[in-house]
Write a protein that binds this ligand. Structure first.
Ligand code: 5AD
Ligand code: SF4
Length: 470
């Protein structure tokens, strides 16, 4: 499961140099940008959704649409949605309400992603001004769907999840010029009892290793130095080609591509987290020293009810295996509080697990009952107030852990990839290989996209501050 950053709406530019795809992009037959109209694409949810949007944008651009920055300027408004928790799904309908007016101005409105898959044709009933509803497993059929929209059809759907295809496009319009997302496995075959993903994204499908490596090569040629391999359970990767590359071999092969300096991967499932992945990190410094390993709960009983396929002890064995690595590896996690039947004692076990593991960072959520999921039939017995109380206690505990960890890094030096520039003069932001963010000062004029050495001079529970060490 990939982490969500709700409400994420990204700025973009459509500079052609940022498009990644075949070198002969400009030769894509018959393409004149804007000849088919303009589109505005807004994305909610996880990195997987972000990257899907990059591919959808690439596909639309290659068909002659032009991307614009406001819904007002667009002839087609697309909304790539998230339904992981109820709040996220509600947001879609309130946003669709805002779009209502715009449809009367003759705009095509489409809902993509997880809410589209989950609500299906019901969206037409709730928001009749929508004319396209398409889940992620059907994106490869988008060209046909666009043709039907262009022909004036106002009820176009792509809701099939029964597919063995992954979504590959000849052109991807990437948002970030240094870090490229790359989906290597889509869908999910696990059946965590609280989770909509197996329903909204369909069964697990892995992309062919040769195709992944070709894309990484193209990315490196275009100046990308960091790639992030994505999947709901990225380490369940199963190469469909005769090469049968293991996930750890794929990590090493990606790192081997000339020009690539960092390889990240997220999200790992504990049950499929094997020793060879740790060995790949130990062996190859380009494979980043960071593992996102969601535990969800510290209670054996709750883990069973969640159908997580591992016990607390088994999870802790995986942690021990990672901690024994020759190179220190950062570990982050996801936790849900207030799952049906979670007692105070169960919650205490989650707190004790936090203390035992000493995570570098944590994403935490209040349990939210979701349609189609097995846990929907369990009584959501814990009040919102109690969920909120547990969440606050959990976050306080993690803050303490992080404060102590960060304080221990004072004076240390890290290489960071500079990814942001503050409005305040001489202030920059970068990420270490273990995905720690550092805000730092530098007198240099242009650092974006470069790798620099930073010395940590200050620490808070939420982050590090430092100075460019020249
Ligand atoms: N309620 C609350 N949190 C959830 N997550 C997934 N489904 C739910 C749900 N129904 C959380 C898990 C997952 C993260 C991305 O979102 O912690 O790892
Ligand atoms: Fe992750 Fe479980 Fe959901 Fe699959 S079913 S995406 S493993 S939380």
């Amino acid at each position: 499961m990939i982490n969500c950053d709700l409400g994420m709406s990204k700025p973009f530019d459509i500079e052609i140099g940022r498009l990644t795809g075949p070198a002969n992009y400009s030769e894509v037959r018959g393409v004149v940008t804007g000849q088919r109209g303009t589109f505005f694409l807004e994305t909610f949810g996880c990195q997987m959704n972000d990257h899907d949007s990059e591919k959808v944008a690439g596909l639309l651009l290659s068909r002659g649409y032009q991307q614009v920055e406001t819904p007002e300027a667009a002839s087609m408004i697309l909304y790539n949605t998230c339904s992981i928790r109820e709040k996220a799904a509600q947001k879609v309908f309130s946003r669709l309400g805002e779009y209502r007016e715009k449809q009367s101005a003759g705009k095509v409105i489409g809902v993509l992603g997880c809410v589209a898959q989950q609500e299906g044709e019901d969206i037409f009933r709730r928001a009749p001004w929508v004319s396209l509803v398409c889940g992620s497993a059907s994106y490869s059929k988008l060209p046909e769907m666009l043709a039907r929209l262009e022909a004036g059809n106002s009820r176009v759907t792509g809701l099939d999840t029964d597919t063995d295809e992954t979504f590959e496009t000849p052109v991807t319009r990437r948002d970030n010029p240094w870090r490229a997302y790359l989906t290597i496995i889509e869908g999910c075959d696990k059946a965590c009892s609280y989770c909509v993903v197996p329903f909204t994204r369909g069964p697990e499908r892995s992309r062919a290793s040769d195709s992944i490596l070709r894309e990484v090569q193209q990315l490196a040629e275009r100046g990308y130095s960091e790639v992030q391999l994505l999947g709901q359970t990225v380490n369940s990767y199963a190469d469909p080609t005769t090469r049968k590359m293991r996930f750890s071999e794929l990590l090493l092969a990606v790192a081997d591509v000339q020009g690539i300096r960092r390889v990240r991967f997220t999200t790992s499932h504990p049950s499929d987290f094997t020793r060879d992945i740790v060995e790949a990190i130990e062996r190859e410094p380009k494979v980043c020293d960071h593992v996102h390993l969601p535990v969800q709960s510290g209670s054996a009983k709750v883990l069973r009810a969640m159908q997580r396929t591992y016990s607390r002890e088994e999870y802790l064995e995986k942690i021990a295996m990672i901690r024994e690595a020759k190179r220190p590896i950062g570990i982050t996690t996801d936790i849900i509080v207030g799952f049906p039947g979670e007692t105070e004692a169960d919650f205490e076990e989650t707190l004790s697990l936090l203390v035992e593991v000493q995570y570098d960072s944590m994403f935490s959520f209040k349990y939210s009952p979701r349609p189609n999921t097995p846990s929907l039939s369990m009584s959501d017995s814990i009040s919102e107030e109690e969920k909120g109380r547990r969440l606050a206690i959990l976050q306080d505990k993690q803050r303490e852990i992080q404060a102590a960890k960060h304080a221990g890094l004072l004076g240390e030096g890290f290489e960071v990839l500079v990814s942001g520039k503050s409005r305040r003069e001489n202030q920059w932001t970068g990420y270490t290989t273990s995905h720690r963010m550092i805000n730092f000062t530098s007198q240099e004029r242009e650092l974006l996209g470069t790798y620099v050495q930073v010395q940590v001079t200050g620490a808070t529970p939420n982050g590090l501050v430092g100075e460019h060490a020249v």
